[in-house]
Structures are given as structure tokens and as C-alpha cells.
Design a protein around this ligand. Sequence first.
Ligand code: ATP
Ligand code: MG
Length: 347
Amino acid sequence: MGNQFVAVDIGQTAIRAVEARVARGKAPEIRAVHEEALPDGAVRSGEVVEPTTVASALKKMWSAAKFKSRDVVLGMGDQKVVARDLVMPKASRKEVIGLLPLRVQELIPMPVAEAVLDFYPIAETAPTDEGPMVRGLLIAAYNDAVTNNVQAIRRAGLNTLAVDFVPFALHRSIGNKGQGVCAVVDIGAATTNVLVSRDGIPDFVRIIPAGSDDVTRALANQLEIPRDQAEELKIAQGLHPEIVPPNDAKSAGIIVEVTRELMTSIINTLRYYSSTHDGVRVDSLVLTGNGARLRGLPATLAHSTGISLVAPEPFADVKMPKSLTGLGVSDALRFSTAFGLTMGGAA
Ligand SMILES: Nc1ncnc2c1ncn2[C@@H]1O[C@H](COP(=O)(O)OP(=O)(O)OP(=O)(O)O)[C@@H](O)[C@H]1O
Ligand SMILES: [Mg+2]
């Protein structure tokens, strides 16, 4: 027995999908892996804005990858989801979910009536006059965004089995499952997802509304060049313009400045985590997302935080067919979310 489904991660620049067969208590058995690039403007900050474009990319993907299942586990993330720390009474999952709309309005930017709410318990905490309490993470997604993404799936003739939260997927595929405090940071085009786990349990989530596309946009705007050229310049130079002739001081300055802002947000987020969690130090950092490929970024981040980098290994905990053994380092950066979506037991 087992369920077969396709895990789908809809990003701003591409859709990544992994077909898996999952049986309770066993590692997911991967069947096929595929990426389909999206044109600019089809998806923004985690929300599908051009459903027809996304649906046709999905159809193309299904035929190119020869996916057999039409059932989808959809990842929701980016800026259409917020995560907050929350303490709730210790009760059944059903009771806690039922209480959420009454308690969380002041924590989230959208009206509760327009949100899909979920609670991820972490640990029991000091009792109050309500009795035993549990500390955890509140996850709230904009209803509209979930609906739009699910509609794009439906338009492609596919069926959404479950919706899962991208940072948890990242944790399952590449977070530290053992001892210690580990931060997973996924640098995408528009968004940077941060998840910190302690002794293998997610402890903290932040979604930073900035990503690698900010660098491309700054280059295109300030140098008045087309996006494609800005993208090439960014990829070629990174934070090491001196090794790439022609040495353009202006573009180098822009790349360094915008990347530094992003890195400062990441560093401040990790500091905030420590200061609100008994001063614990993050002892390992796993970077994913294509934004983490910027030349010099991983080393600079490791140097400024003093945290050691660990390479993502999303393929370690799944069964892979021989045909996919060639997946390498850059595939690990791109597919970590989709692999993690196969591990949720959501289907
Ligand atoms: N070799 C590279 N060096 C530097 N940056 C790169 C490289 N390859 C891709 N990028 C950048 O990575 C970003 C895309 O990252 P990724 O594919 O992880 O995002 P996404 O999943 O599509 O978007 P999001 O997660 O924000 O919705 C783009 O801004 C792109 O310019
Ligand atoms: Mg992404």
C-alpha cells in the first residue's frame, strides 16, 4: 500500500515538482523530478497572479516528466504566509485549531476571516489559569493566495490533496535531525525563508520579504540596462567582481550594497532568534535556493555570523531510482522544498 502524488513548489522563477510514492513509516520513493521555468510576472511573492500561464507550465511539466499521478501536495510559502510564536492551551489538535480564530487577530496582518490558520506545537510551557500550555508556531496564509494557487492546479486538470508550509518542508528535507541548533535559510527570488530547529524540532520561522531578484532589479534600474543583462552581470560578478573582467565598479557597488542589506536581514533574524530563545547560539547554517548561488555569499555569511555552513542533502532520506543518481549540488539547492513536501505524510 502507498500513496503516489506529486509535490509541487511554485516559486517566482520556476515550478519544481517531485513525484513520490509514500508508505507510512517508510522513506518516500522518488519516481521523477522536474523543473519548469516561469515567465516574469506569472507568480509574485508566492502567489499565482497569472493562473493560465501557471496551468500551462504545469501541463507541460506533466507531459515532459511523465508524472503518472494527478494528485498534488502543494507548498505554500513566501510572503502570502506569516508565522508567529504563539502559546495555546494544551488540548487536542481539533480544539486548538477551533480556538485559533478567537485568539490570533492581533498577531496577523490579515482579518482572521480571510486566513487559513494552523498551529504547530513545539513544547509544553509554564501553565496559566487556563491550565497546561503549549508553545508553538502559528501559521496563517492568505485565503486568496491559497485559493489562487489551488485554482491554477485545478486549471491544469490536477487535484490538490493537501497544502503544506514551505519552511516545514525545508526542515524535513535538509534541517538537522539530530542535536544542536540549525538554521535553514532559503534565498529565493522574492523571499528568504528562515527556519531554526533545535534538537531536530522546528523552533522558529521568519519569512523575509527580500531575495536575489532585488539585486537584479537594482542593477537594471540604476544602470538602465535590460533585466537579462542585469541577471548575467549579477551571476558573473557576485561579490567578487575583481575576478571577472571588465571590472565595473558601479555594478560591483550595487551588487554588494543590495546583497549586504539581504545578509543584514538574515543576520538580524538569527540574532533575534537567539535573543528571544534563552540566548542559544545557532551552530549550523544550511543555505538553499538559487539566490544562495551568488558568488561569495555563503562564505561572507558564514564569516559574518561565525556559524559553520553545512551543505543541503535533500536526497539523503529518500529512495532514489538509478536514473536520478546524477542529481548534484545545484539540484539540491533548487529541489529541497519539493523533496521536503514528499516527506510530510500529508497525503
Ligand atoms: N548562479 C547564480 N548566481 C547567483 N544568483 C543566481 C544564480 N542562479 C540563479 N540565481 C538567482 O536566484 C534567484 C531565484 O532563486 P530560486 O530559483 O530559489 O527562487 P524561486 O523559488 O523561483 O523564488 P521564490 O522562492 O522567491 O518564490 C533569482 O533571483 C536568480 O537571479
Ligand atoms: Mg523558492
